[in-house]
Write a protein that binds this ligand. Structure first.
Ligand SMILES: Nc1ncnc2c1ncn2[C@@H]1O[C@H](COP(=O)(O)OP(=O)(O)OP(=O)(O)O)[C@@H](O)[C@H]1O
Ligand SMILES: [Mg+2]
Length: 231
C-alpha cells in the first residue's frame, strides 16, 4: 500500500552567506502493506518527523518516489497533496492539536466540514466514532475539560472521520503517563484489527514499538532494521 524508494532530502539551515546543508534522508526504502502497524524509531534529530511530513505531502522531497495505493505522490503540488491527504491520511500528534474553542464533537467533525459533507451525515459519523473510541459521554465537553488520554482519543477519532486508510502518528503517547499510554495503544490495536487501518507510528518508546508488526530504525539518514519490509 505504501512503497518508498530512494527518498532523499536535504535542509539548508543558517544565515544567508553562511548556510549549511544537512542531509537528513539519504535514500530511504521501505514497503508497508495495508493493515500493518509500523513503528519508526530512532534518535532525536534523525529525520523521523521529516519522513512523515514528506509522506503526508507537507514537504516535497529532493528526490525519490512515494507510491500510495498505486499513486505516485512525491511530485504533487500543494493543491494535489492537500486533496490526496484529505482522502488517504489521518494524523495524530503528541500534543493532540485540538481546537480549544470547539467541543469534542466539533473537533471530530471538522475534517468532514472541510470536505463539504452534509450535517446529517457528519452527525451520524461522529456519533459512530465517539462510540468506537469511548467518548460518547464527553461529546459536548471542551478539550481543556478532558484528560490527556481522552484528548488523544478525540484526535484519533478526528484522524479517522474521513475514513483514511492510513494513520500517521508522531509520538502519539509522548505526553501520556504509562497507564494511559497502554489504553491508547489498546485502542490503536483495536482500530487496526477492526478497521484494517494502517498505522505508521513514530516513537521513542519500546512499549509502543512492541505493538508494531514491523519496526524501522532511522540511523544516519537510512532506515535499517531486522525486518522484511526494508527494501
Ligand atoms: N524545516 C526545517 N528546516 C531546517 N532543518 C530542519 C527542518 N526540519 C527539521 N530540520 C532538521 O532535520 C533534522 C531532522 O529533524 P526531524 O524533526 O525530522 O527529527 P526527528 O527524528 O523527528 O527528531 P525528534 O525525535 O527530536 O522529533 C534535524 O537536524 C533538524 O534540525
Ligand atoms: Mg520528530
Amino acid at each position: 500500500m505504501i512503497t518508498v524508494e530512494s527518498l532523499h532530502h536535504t535542509f539548508t539551515i543558517g544565515k544567508k552567506g553562511n548556510e549549511k546543508k544537512v542531509e537528513v534522508l539519504k535514500g530511504i526504502n521501505f514497503h508497508i502493506e495495508q493493515g500493518e502497524i509500523v513503528a519508526v524509531v530512532g534518535k532525536s534529530g534523525s529525520g523521523k518527523s521529516t519522513l512523515l511530513q514528506i509522506i503526508a505531502g507537507f514537504m516535497r522531497p529532493d528526490s525519490g518516489t512515494i507510491i500510495v495505493n498505486n499513486t505516485e505522490i512525491s511530485k504533487f503540488n500543494e493543491k494535489q497533496s492537500a486533496a490526496f491527504r484529505l482522502n488517504h491520511f489521518g494524523f495524530i500528534f503528541q500534543n493532540f492539536q485540538l481546537l480549544p474553542a470547539q467541543t469534542v464533537f466539533e473537533n471530530i467533525e471538522l475534517p468532514l466540514k472541510l470536505k463539504g459533507v452534509s450535517r446529517a451525515i457528519r452527525e451520524k459519523k461522529v456519533v459512530e466514532l465517539l462510540k468506537k473510541v469511548g467518548l460518547t459521554e464527553v461529546a459536548d465537553h471542551y478539550p481543556n475539560e478532558l484528560s490527556g488520554g481522552q484528548q488523544q482519543r478525540v484526535s484519533i477519532a478526528r484522524a479517522m472521520i474521513t475514513n483514511p486508510p492510513i494513520i500517521l502518528a508522531d509520538e502519539p503517547t509522548g505526553s501520556l503517563d504509562s497507564q494511559t499510554e497502554l489504553e491508547i495503544l489498546a485502542l490503536i490495536q483495536k482500530l487496526n484489527k477492526e478497521e484494517n487501518l494502517t498505522f505508521i507510528i513514530i516513537t521513542h518508546d519500546e512499549e509502543v514499538a512492541s505493538i508494531a508488526d514491523c519496526k524501522l530504525r532511522m540511523t544516519d539518514g537510512l532506515l535499517v532494521g531486522g525486518m522484511t519490509h526494508v527494501i
